[in-house]
Structure formats: C-alpha cells, structure tokens
Design a protein around this ligand. Structure first.
Ligand SMILES: [Zn+2]
Length: 168
C-alpha cells in the first residue's frame, strides 16, 4: 500500500451496531458477526464509539480524504497505535465510512521508510556519502593540507599563513 493513498481508499468495512444496548450486548454482537472490531452508531448514523472484544473504546477519527502519509506523520496517531489503538475510523460528517487497522498504518510506515532500491553490484552506491578530504599543497611553503573546504584568501595553511593554492 502506497503512503500517498487516502484513508478512504484503504479502509475496510466493519459491522455497525446501533447504540442503546449495553457493552455486553455489543461484545456479543461482535462475536456473532465474527469480527474483531465494530462501530457503534446512534440513530442518525453518527459514530459513538468503537467496540472490540475487550469493550468500548474512544476511536481515533480521521477524515476519509486524509492521506496515509498524513497519518504516518501524525505524532498523536503514532503514539496511540504504539499504545495499542486498533486503528483509525474514517469519519465523514460524523458518520463512519470504514475502519483502517493499525497494521495497515504500520505497513504504510514501513514502506515509507524503506530504503530506496539499490543497483546490485554497483560499488559506487552507498547510503552515506562521505567526501574524502581534499589534499592541497601550499604554494608558499609546500606543506600538505587536508581540507574539507577551501575558501580562497581565507583558508589558512597548517603553517599559519593564508593558504595559496595553484589548482593547475
Ligand atoms: Zn603554507
């Protein structure tokens, strides 16, 4: 799953239960539906809470047009998933349109941070590029200087004077 797809493209449908019963009723309905997650909605179809086998939970709500990328970048969502939140509920104008499991968000995080593919056998590809120091010989005193950068007229020779370099 690519990280730039939207929540709406990625959600799964989960059973909806009408509010009004007890939490035990909801857990029993969930078991009867052979589902792990259900959403409880009021008479207007608005999301009340999420129910799983352990009971009711306040759901993390996101807009369906949010990108998976924005979920990955959200510290709150990352934190809640790390704490065990089962996922996020896509909610449009109060009404749930689907559920995005935490596993899908974690997959998107993993693909987002995966290293770019590397060309096999190409020794020039490295994750970190380190530039070797530039070795220049001072025109004035013939001393070798190892430099990371050179600023003409300012960089000083190891001997103390301004380094003069002939690049020819
Ligand atoms: Zn010098």
């Amino acid at each position: 799953m690519a990280a730039w797809t939207t929540v709406a493209d990625s959600v799964k449908s989960v059973p909806l239960f009408a509010a009004g019963g007890t939490v035990d009723d909801e857990v029993a309905q969930l078991a009867a539906a052979q589902a792990e997650i259900g959403l409880v909605v009021d008479r207007e179809g608005r999301l009340c809470w999420l129910v799983d086998r352990s009971g009711r939970h306040l759901p993390l709500q996101v807009h369906p047009s949010a990108s998976l990328h924005s979920l990955i970048d959200s510290p709150e969502i990352a934190e809640r998933i790390a704490e065990g939140a089962p996922g996020v509920v896509a909610v449009d104008d109060g009404a749930p349109i689907g559920f995005l499991p935490a596993s899908a968000i974690l997959d998107a995080m993993a693909s987002d941070y995966a290293p770019r593919p590397r060309v096999m056998g190409d020794e020039t590809l490295h994750d970190e590029i380190t530039l070797p120091p530039l070795v220049v010989v001072c025109e004035t005193c013939d001393r070798r200087n190892e430099l990371i950068s050179f600023d003409a007229g300012k960089t000083r020779c190891a001997s103390g004077h301004v380094l003069l370099v002939s690049w020819a």
